[in-house]
Design a protein around this ligand. Structure first.
Ligand code: NAD
Ligand code: TYD
Length: 359
């Protein structure tokens, strides 16, 4: 089996669902279930013996050591992190604890497990660390996109904590020989995205008749990738990536935030028009900018294409349409997330099964 950390969050849950659709190999899913972890995301796996969920912290060395010894995974895919830039500005401590200290403890537990493996299993083992393009800092409007050789210049507490974890992963390879792979991906969007991030927030606010907040002038540029494409890239790197290498993953979809918001509004106008006949764009509201707001991210994804033959399957047009439709079809999911009701899921749905949750 493989061990996935953070597999109840946005990308991790998409990865686990995709993995179990495509593979017979089981997944051990270790997730702390912070506010961002949602077992509703994995509800379709209930009763599927290939998915073992454990509520726990990547920084709990004893728990991780026990899980590794018990389940003997052939790989670890590390998604677990605090992931929201705005939260990192208001409260950086959790980001340091999970993204830095937690990653360090996970690496140590994995190193001890890996070192004791028999030679064949030791050789085949992989630790894949999922990271972000935000570690590279910000780009001017005409600068070339980030390559894997770009200097690390993180600007937010979130990106600094991710940069620290990337460096630890690199050091564990160079110092101890741990067979690591690192992926640095651009902004994801798609189903199961927590509505504190731009695209899902705009969709749920629009439908609720609330303001659509645009930070600053709305001309900050992000490079958007459909989450299913991120998952396929990670599977490809896990299969064939060169040890110790980093791979940038992106969708060649650079867009200013205000364009993203107008696109979402247009799709909603088409698929769920407002009762008063006005367009959703009428709800756009410019608000105070985020402190230290990075102006532009752009990923040069030629290395993963050249070496591993990966390219995204979705264009932005197809991906964003699927995403908006998913939120329209899954209004209950979004309502549960917003009301916090999903947090009761653990108790109500899993309390007396015992089988799925072994903390
Ligand atoms: P998310 O916030 O939706 O999910 C994070 C998950 O990790 C949650 O389920 C949470 O409960 C879990 N978690 C948090 N702290 C933990 C801990 N100490 N131990 C165990 N589990 C813990 O995040 P996401 O958007 O799915 O991002 C997943 C990973 O991908 C992160 O490492 C993030 O940095 C990276 N990434 C995200 C994006 C993006 O656009 N969302 C882009 C590139 C890279
Ligand atoms: P976000 O989804 O938080 O991702 P990140 O900060 O990791 O790129 O934000 C994406 C962009 O959208 C970013 O430039 C900030 C901006 N933004 C807004 O303008 N309004 C909002 O309400 C949010 C959440 C983000």
């Amino acid at each position: 089996m493989i061990l996935v950390t953070g597999g109840a969050g946005f990308i991790g849950a998409n990865f686990v669902l995709d993995w179990l659709r495509a593979h017979s190999e089981s997944v051990l899913n270790l997730d702390k279930l912070t506010y961002a972890g949602n077992l509703h995301n994995l509800a379709s796996l209930q009763g599927d013996a290939r998915h073992v969920f454990v509520q726990g912290d990547i920084g709990d060395s004893a728990l991780v050591a026990r899980l590794l010894a018990q389940h003997q995974p052939r790989a670890v895919v590390n998604f677990a992190a605090e992931s929201h830039v705005d939260r990192s500005i208001h409260g950086p401590e959790d980001f340091i604890q999970t993204n830095v200290v937690g990653s360090f403890r996970l690496l140590e537990a994995v190193r001890h497990y890996w070192q004791a493996l028999p030679a064949i299993k030791k050789e085949a083992f992989r630790f894949l660390h999922v990271s972000t393009d935000e570690v590279y800092g910000t780009l001017s409007a005409d600068a070339p996109a980030f390559t894997e050789d770009h200097v690390y210049e993180p600007n937010s507490p979130y990106s600094a904590s991710k940069a620290a974890s990337d460096h630890l992963v690199r050091a564990w390879h160079h110092t101890y020989g741990l067979p690591v792979l690192t992926t640095n991906c651009s902004n994801n969007y798609g189903p199961l995205h927590f509505p504190e991030k731009l695209i899902p927030l705009i969709i749920v606010n629009a439908l609720a008749g609330k303001p659509l907040p645009i930070y600053g002038d709305g001309m900050q540029v992000r490079d958007w990738l459909y989450v299913g494409d991120h998952c396929s890239a990670i599977r490809r790197v896990l299969d064939a990536g060169r040890l110790g290498e980093t791979y940038n993953i992106g969708g060649w979809n650079e867009k200013p935030n205000i364009d993203i918001v107008h696109t979402v509004c247009r799709l909603l106008d088409e698929l769920r028009p407002r009762a008063d006949g006005q367009g959703y764009a009428a709800q756009i509201t410019y608000v105070k900018d985020r402190p230290g707001h990075d102006r532009r991210y752009a990923i040069d994804a030629r290395k993963i294409e050249r070496e591993l033959g990966w390219t995204p399957a979705e264009t932005f047009d197809t991906g964003i349409r699927k995403t908006v439709q998913w939120y329209l079809d899954n209004a209950e999911w979004a309502a549960n997330v917003q009301s916090g009701a999903y947090r009761e899921w653990l108790q109500t749905q899993y309390a007396d099964t015992g089988a799925e949750i072994k903390a």
